[in-house]
Write a protein that binds this ligand. Structure first.
Ligand code: G4P
Length: 192
């Protein structure tokens, strides 16, 4: 998506060999017009899938997930990473290991927000090693709901998440795909 790639080139900062800082428009300060455009693009890509729910993980997945939910006019559910005072209902949970942070987190959603007749689109800000998405897919399986696909704002194709999803034949749409960081510069994959 050219709009997004241009914004990454303008405002993204490469940190080391693997990390892209995009706190100017996605991870800290959020650009609502850009989020709206991303949500519309995910809508175009999954318009035929009869989506009934958008699923993400707090916190940085929430902005693009909400924009996508607004395009589809369906509810947005975000998995929580921290125990909440009010999250006492029956829960679906999954363990998510972060290779980046070398810690394991439990993610949880209340069972009442995911039903067997739901068709779910997962949205997340980054696809790196794919562990957060795997956790969400696990939860969708626990609910016997249907996974329609995965929408990612920024994919780092050189990490293993994309391969994991392709191996499972899951439709994955990434709006920007980064092939590599070379000398602080961002190389994007060619668009299909
Ligand atoms: P994975 O889910 O694909 O396996 O990701 P990984 O463990 O490698 O990453 C852990 C956290 O770091 C995730 O956010 C993920 O979105 C984020 N992340 C991964 N690569 C990048 C990157 O290049 N740039 C930035 N800015 N973030 C990256 P999180 O811990 O869930 O944080 P948040 O959603 O609360 O912000």
């Amino acid at each position: 998506m050219k709009l997004l790639e241009d914004r990454i080139k303008k405002d993204g900062q490469v940190l080391g060999a693997e990390v892209l800082k995009v706190d100017n428009f996605l991870n800290h300060q959020i650009d609502p017009d850009l989020m709206t455009a991303l949500g519309q693009e995910f809508y175009q890509q999954f318009a035929d899938a009869k989506i009934t729910k958008i699923l993400t993980v707090e916190s940085s997945g929430i902005a693009p997930a909400l924009a996508t939910g607004m395009a589809f006019h369906v509810p947005v559910v975000f998995a929580r990473k921290h125990k909440s005072l009010t999250l006492k209902d029956d829960l679906y949970t999954a363990e998510v290991y972060s290779f980046t942070k070398k810690t394991s987190n439990q993610i949880a959603i209340a069972q009442k927000f995911l039903q067997a007749d739901d068709t779910v689109l997962i949205i997340d800000d980054f696809l790196a090693n794919g562990q957060a998405v795997e956790g969400l897919i696990d939860i969708i399986g626990q609910a016997n709901a249907t996974l329609a696909g995965v929408g990612i704002v920024i994919e780092k194709s050189f990490q293993k998440g994309r391969k994991l999803l392709d191996e499972r034949q899951i439709k994955t749409v990434s709006l920007a795909r980064i092939k590599a960081f070379v000398d602080g510069q961002i190389e994007f994959e060619e668009e299909d």
